[in-house]
Design a protein around this ligand. Structure first.
Ligand code: GTP
Ligand code: MG
Length: 214
């Protein structure tokens, strides 16, 4: 169930964009490690375990491209993915919030997330992932506040839509909608996805293709 019904040409552009073979380029632990700002970037942000890496795998159709885990805190660097002829770079981010990793490490990657999200000129859009089981939590609000303040465009993606009951999913979607209303840098529509079942993936590909049109 997706909120958006992209036009056929955008769906096709999205399909073609992600038909390219995306590969892992590098993991960055410092801003200085990032590649040169030679193309547009999209980044996937969200609480630990929300499904960021799984969503990148679903979008690129490549199981195991981004490493996933049941244990919150799997992704600990800014992981960069590119396709040779693709006009954009994908950035998988460490999660914020609870993570099963040592405190100094979590603090270091929290600083890295902040620096990247608010200081990267080529960052075209951030996808802020929110769990379809419960809607926005405190950390999600903080990150959206930060993006609004820095005027960085973002769109909310609801994840794990296959997990909750239909009623609970509807509640989480309503809470998420309420959470983005009137936010200046937020895309007004959200995309509801399940990386597991493939729901919303074509829509999200089309949304990303749309970004590259302008
Ligand atoms: P960190 O890197 O630790 O911040 O986590 P992450 O946000 O990258 O989450 P990840 O993709 O590693 O997924 C976390 C867990 O949720 C894994 O066990 C995934 O299999 C599971 N998961 C992710 N997406 C979905 C989904 O759409 N449906 C279901 N049922 N499980 C999912
Ligand atoms: Mg991850």
């Amino acid at each position: 169930m997706a909120d958006l019904a992209p036009a056929d040409n955008l769906l096709e552009a999205g399909r073609l964009l992600f038909a390219r073979p995306f590969v892992f380029i590098k993991g960055c632990v410092r801003i200085d490690d990032l590649p040169p700002m030679d193309r547009l970037e999209i980044a996937f942000a969200g609480r630990s375990n929300v499904g960021k890496s799984s969503l990148i795998n679903a979008l690129t159709g490549t199981t195991g491209l981004a490493r996933t885990s049941n244990t919150p805190g799997r992704t600990q660097e800014l992981n960069i993915f590119e396709a040779a002829d693709a006009p954009l770079r994908i950035v998988d981010m460490p999660g914020y919030g609870f993570a099963q990793a040592p405190k100094p490490k979590v603090e270091a990657w929290t600083r890295l997330i902040h620096a990247y999200l608010t200081g990267r000129a080529t960052l075209r859009r951030v996808y802020v992932l929110i769990d379809g089981r419960h809607g926005p939590r405190g950390n999600d609000i903080s990150v959206m506040n930060e993006l609004d303040k820095a005027a960085v465009s973002y769109q909310v993606v609801v994840t794990k839509a296959d997990k909750p009951s239909r009623g609970d999913l509807q509640k989480a979607i309503a809470a998420t909608r309420a959470g983005i209303a009137k936010r200046p840098a937020a895309h007004p529509e959200l995309v509801v996805t399940s990386s597991e079942k493939g729901e919303g993936i074509e829509t999200l590909r089309a949304e990303i293709a749309r970004l590259l049109e302008h």
